[in-house]
Design a protein around this ligand. Sequence first.
Ligand SMILES: C[S@@+](CC[C@H](N)C(=O)[O-])C[C@H]1O[C@@H](n2cnc3c(N)ncnc32)[C@H](O)[C@@H]1O
Length: 349
Amino acid sequence: MTMRSLPTKTDEENSSALFSAFSVSPHSPELVGRLQMATDYVHTPVLLEQVLALFSRVRDGVVIDATLGGGGHASALLAERDGIRILGIDRDPAARIAATALLSAFGDRVHIVAGTFGELESVTANSQTFIDGAPIVGVLMDLGVSSPQLDVAERGFSFRTDAPLDMRMDPTSGPTAAEVLATIDAHELTRLLHRHGEGRFAGAIARRLVTVRPTTTGELVAAVSDAVPAPARRRGNVATRVFQALRVVVNDEENQLDLGLRAALAVTAPEGVVTVISYHSGEDRAVKVFFNDTAWGGCTCPREVDCTCGRRGHIRVYKPGAVLATASEVAENPRARSARLRAAFKVAS
Ligand SMILES: C[S@@+](CC[C@H](N)C(=O)[O-])C[C@H]1O[C@@H](n2cnc3c(N)ncnc32)[C@H](O)[C@@H]1O
C-alpha cells in the first residue's frame, strides 16, 4: 500500500471532493480501484460472512457500526439488507473520509459521526433525527487498528518503518505515545506493559524506556532490543507486544471497551445483537467475561437448580466459545488470524 499524509482539510471538504468520483455500485472492482487511488485506504473486513449471518437474524432498523473504519462491514450489511440503516462511528478522521466515500452510494441510509464508542450513548442521543424512531437492532465493534492505520508510517503504529511515535487513532486529540513516554515513571510503565501484553521483560524494558525516552518508532525498537536478551530479541515478538501495549494505553482502549460494551447493550433493542471482534487475548477475555456476567445478571443461585434470587440476565450469549476465521480466510487475509468474534442477543423483557 502506498503512504499518504494525514488529511489537513475537514472531513466534509475531503469527502465532497471524493463523492464526485463515485457513480457505480459500492462493490464493483471499478469503485474499489478508484477508492484506492482516491484515499489509499484499503482494509479487508474480517469474519464478514459470520457478521452478515448474525445480522441476518435481526429485524429492520438501525445498526450502529461503532468502529466504522473504511466501511467494509457496513457496506456489505447495507447491500445485504435493504431495511437496515447504519449509524457509523469512528474516532479516526481518515477512516471517516474513506467510509464516507465508500458508503455515499447508500445515500441517506448512512450517518457518520466523529467520536468514540465510549461515547456511544451520547452519540445515539444526538443522532435521533437520523434514527427517526427506528429500533437499534444491533451494534458492531470491530476492535483494534485498521490496516491503513498500521500501514501509514507517519501514524507511528508500526515498528517496520522509522516514524514519529504517535499511535493515536484520532491524531487530533490526546497525548502521543512519545508524550506518554516522556513523563511516565518506570513503575507505572512496567505495570502497563505487563497488563497489556508484555509480561516477561516488562521491568527491564520499562527501565530502558524511561532512560531513553524514545520519540520515534525506530528509537523505541532499539530501546526494546537493548533491554531484552538476544534469544528473545531474535524471536521478534517482544517489540510487537510493547507496541500493542503502548497503543492500548495511548488510545485508552481498555476503558473504551468497558464503556462501549455497556453502552452497546443499553442502546440495543430487545432481540438485537451486539457483536464484537477482538484481536488480542486481553480484549477477548474482557468481552467474554462481560457477556457471561451480563447473561447471568448477577444471579448466584447454583446452576443445577432453578433461580430463586430473582436476578435476571439481559442477554443470551450466541456461542460459549469465540468464532474464529477459517483457514482460507486467514490465507487470504493474515490479519484474520488473531480475530475472535463473540456476540450476544438482547433478551426481550
Ligand atoms: C479494525 S478497524 C474497523 C474496520 C471496519 N470494520 C471495516 O470493515 O472497514 C477498527 C476501527 O475502529 C476505530 N476505533 C478503534 N477504537 C475506537 C473507539 N474507541 N471509538 C471509535 N472508533 C474506534 C479505529 O479508528 C479503526 O478505524
